[in-house]
Design a binder for this molecule. Structure first.
Ligand SMILES: NC(=O)c1ccc[n+]([C@@H]2O[C@H](COP(=O)([O-])OP(=O)(O)OC[C@H]3O[C@@H](n4cnc5c(N)ncnc54)[C@H](O)[C@@H]3O)[C@@H](O)[C@H]2O)c1
Length: 259
């Protein structure tokens, strides 16, 4: 995007894939990365990603959208190949796409629903990491994968039990992949957000008046998060500013889990 100060963006010259970039935090991450000089490949199973890519281009950034379901291995392989061909590098993968899943307690959840949420929330980051690694390897310098986990990977809550288990899987996958690929200069970190005001939670607020006020009241900072609170942390972990950081998890939750 336009740089009136003459200073370089924090991701200048880098190429980033952001999954789930059509909404919420993925949209905020894609826009922030583009404003910091990255060429951004937006992927989402929703066509909303095209609107976000358009907005980035209109603001002077470099972005292209691909329709992709993160659970479709053949499509992931194809899209990542096209991204590398289009931009000539792959420096950053942001595994952000995810769904909330069933709200029933464990004894009421159908195994098929459990499998679906695991396929998207844990299988998606697995497939995207698997097919990004060959391109990250071919890109000179340090490269970075950031996985979207959740505070519910470290604490429990009786609201969406399957979701929480998927985010714990992502948390541990992060540490294992960090060790596996460290010698190749591929860093892997996770962000563990608390409650962030995105369409996911706006829907809950619509169905349950008073939800937002209740959530604010139980956070030490007296508020819940905004998508950019997570995007700025993603920016740090994606950039070379975090070159000594791998296998780490950054909790961003307004102090909720410090209680
Ligand atoms: N909102 C929160 O409070 C919160 C807290 C912790 C973690 N998270 C996680 O952050 C991530 C983003 O959440 P959000 O709140 O911005 O949600 P959101 O619903 O606003 O956006 C999620 C995006 O992912 C896309 N997506 C879903 N399944 C997909 C699939 N199979 N393939 C490709 N794209 C798919 C959706 O189309 C959507 O555009 C998710 O992984 C979520 O679990 C959210």
């Amino acid at each position: 995007m336009s740089d009136t100060t003459g200073t370089k963006g924090r991701l200048e010259g880098k190429v980033a894939i952001v999954t789930g970039a059509g909404s919420g935090m993925g949209e905020a991450i894609a826009k922030l990365f583009a404003s910091e000089g990255a060429s951004v490949a937006l992927v989402d199973m929703s066509e909303a990603g095209e609107r976000v890519a358009d907005e980035i281009r209109q603001a002077g950034g470099t972005a292209q959208f691909w329709t992709m379901n993160v659970t479709d291995e053949a499509r992931v392989e194809q899209v990542f190949g096209e991204v590398f061909e289009r931009f000539g590098a792959l420096n950053i993968l942001i595994n952000n796409a995810g769904v909330a899943g069933p709200t029933e307690p464990t004894d009421k959840v159908a195994f098929s629903d459990w499998e679906t949420v695991f396929r998207i929330n844990a299988g998606g980051p697995f497939l995207c990491t698997k097919h990004a690694i060959p391109y990250l390897r071919q890109t000179p310098g340090q490269t970075s994968i950031v996985n979207m986990s959740s505070i519910y990977a470290i604490i429990g809550n009786a609201d969406v039990p399957v979701y929480h288990a998927t985010k714990a899987a992502v948390r541990t996958m992060t540490k294992t992949d960090a060790i596996t690929y460290a010698a190749e200069g591929i860093r892997v970190n996770a962000i563990l957000p608390g409650t962030i005001l995105t369409p996911m939670n706006l829907e809950k607020a619509r169905q349950n008046p008073g939800y937002l006020e209740e959530m604010q009241a139980i956070h030490p900072l007296g508020t819940i998060g905004e998508p950019n609170d997570i995007a700025y942390a993603m920016l740090f972990l994606a950039s070379d500013e975090s070159k000594f950081t791998t296998g780490s998890e950054l909790v961003i939750d307004g102090g909720f889990t410090a209680q």
